[in-house]
Ligand binder design. Structure first.
Ligand SMILES: Nc1ncnc2c1ncn2[C@@H]1O[C@H](COP(=O)(O)OP(=O)(O)OP(=O)(O)O)[C@@H](O)[C@H]1O
Length: 503
């Protein structure tokens, strides 16, 4: 098949950092091509060059055999490249149709109220005819499930009829299995229409499900390109290709029965409209896993345990004492720390460096040390933590915005670990984190559980099941009986995705 895209000898530096050191990348018309690599390998930099966000220092780019200059996002769009960011910026109060044509309102730009809605609807229908998918585009985006928002973002990217190349950056990280299937269906129909798709993912099992070929990046270079079939036939281990070493076990060994003191207890805990009837006990020395999809109430439960949402039913006890938190401050004082899942909205100062971000959230502890000493101490603490989480590159003076996505997530975790707490709550701890760094973070969480109690809440069933000592599932705001604390992976999965109770 013909190449729709050729990128040759692409180099890119950010000051002293060499992000790309001579990448060659080819994309065939109508293929789904996965880009794989550990955090910081250079995937995002390459697609930002292709979508006109960054300019490259050296190298050439050809689309359909013609050299192109992609000096701006607009130039990239005109050249036929459409990009869907990892967190597409849609307007929640507008409908799907309106969002698709946002910024593209045609005859009356800027005057949203006067836009020709009939014409927009017709154009949206035309798009849906080209790429058949079931979706209600008249619904408001803020009320849509995650997958429909992703589809709106894709249709928005495709509204330009000459789009030949579509870039999807980790679109499935917050989707359920069923939603992922609809997204893959749309991707297949785009492929059938001749659109080539570049697909960035850290979920390696997806490669065999959806990609025709994949390219592995390591240290700013492409090191292998294979078809999924070749990889299967030759028994190639993708984790090994990514890491350039034998991949060890992803999950650390469990320690056996935890019989430490009870640190946190919830009885019939609930908040109307969000979740109800949550019972558990967390002991020192254990990891309690709570599996729940986006919208299941896990996020709200974590915020309630951390004092950011007030429960209106049930009780909570910390070390045997009843507590009623008036805010996170009270929870912190009681020895609870929440490591939030969303690094973008919860807690990173993007223009500040790693030391600031790791330590500033805890002025209490940091300021006790005073003056220069404080500065030195913060730095030392940050160094140790950054080593523990495997920060790459190991540059503590670098602004957080200059780290790759997965490394930003590691900084969020380092920040959580800076504080000595008795109870840690991790929400979606490894979204966007590569497989090597994930193993490291899991080991770290296990070590932490030896001196504290740890709750891990996640929409990744394998993560909860592989890591935790005891598990429970939350479905539509209610805990589901999973057949005891030692549920099998399948029991946990059906409890969390269908609310199925164990027999
Ligand atoms: N704006 C920037 N300024 C300085 N360095 C940067 C900038 N953006 C990226 N880098 C560096 O370039 C390298 C490649 O980063 P890139 O974001 O392309 O990695 P990635 O493979 O997409 O990682 P992830 O899976 O974590 O998203 C990393 O070392 C990163 O720290």
């Amino acid at each position: 098949m013909a190449n729709v895209l050729r990128m040759l000898g692409i180099h890119k530096r950010f000051g002293p950092v060499k992000a790309l050191g001579g990448v060659d990348f080819e994309l065939e018309a109508g293929e789904i091509h996965a880009l794989l690599g550990v955090n910081g390998a250079g995937k995002s930099t390459l697609i930002k060059i292709l979508s006109g966000v960054y300019t490259h220092d050296e190298g050439t780019i050809e689309i359909d055999g013609q050299p192109v200059e992609l000096g701006s996002p607009r130039a990239a769009i005109l050249a036929g490249v459409a990009t869907v960011q990892q967190h597409p910026e849609l307007v929640p109060d507008c409908t799907g149709v309106e969002n698709i044509f946002l910024g593209h309102e045609g005859r009356k730009p800027g005057l949203f109220a006067r836009i020709d809605r009939t014409a927009m609807r017709a154009a949206a229908q035309k798009l849906l005819q080209r790429f058949p998918i079931e979706i209600d585009l008249e619904a408001r985006v803020g009320e849509m499930p995650a997958v429909d928002r992703e589809i709106v973002a894709i249709l928005h990217a495709l509204r330009n009829e000459n789009t030949r190349i579509l870039i999807l950056d980790e679109p499935t990280s917050t989707l359920t299995e069923r939603e992922k299937a609809s997204l893959f269906q749309l991707m297949r129909s785009l492929r059938a229409a001749g659109i080539a798709i570049i697909y960035i993912t850290h979920r390696l099992e997806e490669v065999f499900e959806i990609a025709d070929r994949f390219t592995v990046f390591r240290g700013g270079r492409n090191v292998a390109t294979l078809t999924s079939q070749e990889a299967t036939e030759r028994g190639i281990s993708i984790p090994e290709l990514l890491l350039d070493e034998k991949a060890g076990d992803l999950f650390p060994e469990r320690d056996g029965k935890a019989d430490g003191d009870v640190l946190l207890e919830a009885k019939g805990l609930g908040r109307s409209g969000l979740f109800s009837g949550v019972d558990f006990e967390l002991r020192r020395g254990e990891i309690l896993g709570i599996f729940g999809l986006v919208g299941s109430g896990v996020d709200e439960l974590s915020k309630t345990l951390f004092g950011a949402i007030r429960p209106d039913e049930g009780t909570m006890q910390v070390k045997g004492k009843a507590v009623r938190f008036r805010g996170p401050h009270d929870a912190l004082k009681a020895g609870i720390f929440l490591v939030p899942g969303d690094r973008r909205t919860e807690g990173l100062a993007m223009t500040q460096d790693v030391v600031f971000n790791t330590t500033v959230a805890h002025l209490g502890r940091a300021s006790r040390l005073g003056g220069l000493l404080k500065f030195g101490r913060n730095r030392l603490d940050t160094e140790a933590l950054a080593r523990d989480v495997g920060l790459q590159p190991f540059e503590l003076d670098r602004p957080v915005s200059a780290f790759s996505g997965g490394n930003q997530q590691k900084i969020v975790i380092a920040k959580g670990l800076f504080r000595d707490s008795d109870i840690y709550i991790f929400v979606e701890p490894t979204v966007g984190v590569d497989i090597g760094a994930r193993a490291k973070l899991y080991t770290l969480i296990r070590e932490l559980s030896r001196r504290a109690g740890v709750i891990v809440m996640s929409s990744d069933c394998d993560e909860v099941h592989g890591l935790a000592d005891r598990v429970m599932a939350l479905y539509k705001g209610r805990p589901v009986e999973t057949g005891g604390w030692n549920a099998s992976r399948d029991q946990l999965l059906s409890a969390g995705i269908m609310g199925a109770r164990a027999a």
